[in-house]
Design a protein around this ligand. Structure first.
Ligand code: HPA
Length: 275
């Protein structure tokens, strides 16, 4: 059996387990820092720890719950991934692609991906939200490396409109309804786990990046490969390295996430309601 069939079989096994026990939904959400508590807002929840899903990659990051949750918010049933894996944890391309492939096989049509990010654009401020219009993958890893799974999508998928313009418009008006404006810009993915150097941030700015983070791009690429529409949202938790005369810390990332989580959750509920 080819490696590729192995992968599809593993994905299907995971999708069957989730489908049987949690059901499938049209919309899925991957919650990054800042949306950690969102799961608590879902009613009629079915919770499945990742460790109970065959083949599902496990996160080692403290504070990442590692649960697949199906529940209702704003009258809609959604699937929520509370916790995700990152390339800096040592996961390979297949593992990074696995969750979005499972979504594809479950019949998910829209994926909302959220993250915490550093502001590269100097006009941004901690606490801002940025709709991701496009991305630059500087992580050194590509989730579609390895044999292509033709059942999911083509070998050379187009990434011209990886982030859906219609969903961005919907998210922007949902934010206005909640009484705030959002930024829109380019997300650069670096591998981490160290925060970037000031020189790297200057480079990213020259390259056209507005925000920088260590996640999200693998999930967007994999979802697009499989024909899932994507909406990406960054919570700017800190200014990127070298902009302010202060060291960066994960503590600051978590603190800003905590400050904006109420607003983020209300906005997210409205987005889901309007989809
Ligand atoms: N760099 C990379 N990832 C991040 C940052 C940052 O400044 N802030 C939150 N995630």
């Amino acid at each position: 059996m080819s490696e590729c069939q192995d992968m599809l079989q593993a994905v299907d096994k995971a999708a069957r387990k989730i489908g049987d026990e949690c059901g499938s939904t049209e919309v899925a959400l991957i919650a990054g820092s800042g949306l950690g508590g969102f799961a608590g807002r879902l009613s009629d929840r079915t919770v499945m720890p990742y460790k109970d899903i065959p083949g599902f990659p496990l996160s080692t990051v403290p504070g990442h719950a590692g649960e697949w949750i199906t529940g209702t918010i704003a009258g809609k049933r959604i699937s929520l991934m509370s916790g995700r894996v990152h390339c800096y944890e040592g996961h390979d391309a297949c593992s990074l692609a696995f969750p979005a492939r499972v979504m594809a096989r479950l019949g998910v049509q829209i994926l909302i991906v959220t993250n915490a990010a550093g502001g590269v654009n100097k006009s941004y401020q901690p606490g801002d939200f940025m709709l991701i219009s496009d991305f630059i993958n500087l992580s050194g890893i590509h989730p579609l490396c390895g044999p292509n799974i033709d059942e999911l999508g083509p070998r050379f998928p187009d990434m011209s409109n990886a982030l859906d313009g219609g969903l961005r418009n919907l998210a922007r008006s949902a934010a206005r309804d909640e009484g705030f404006d959002v930024r829109e810009g380019v997300y650069a993915m670096m591998s981490g786990p160290a925060f970037e150097t000031p020189a790297e941030i200057r480079m990213l700015r020259i390259l056209g990046a507005d925000a920088v983070g260590m996640s999200t791009v693998p999930e967007i690429i994999t979802a697009r490969h499989a024909g899932i529409k994507t909406l990406g949202i960054s919570c700017i938790t800190n200014m990127a390295a070298g902009i302010l005369d202060q060291p960066l810390s994960h503590k600051e990332v978590l603190e800003t996430g905590e400050l904006v989580k109420e607003r983020f959750a209300l906005w997210m509920a409205r987005i889901i309601e309007n989809i």
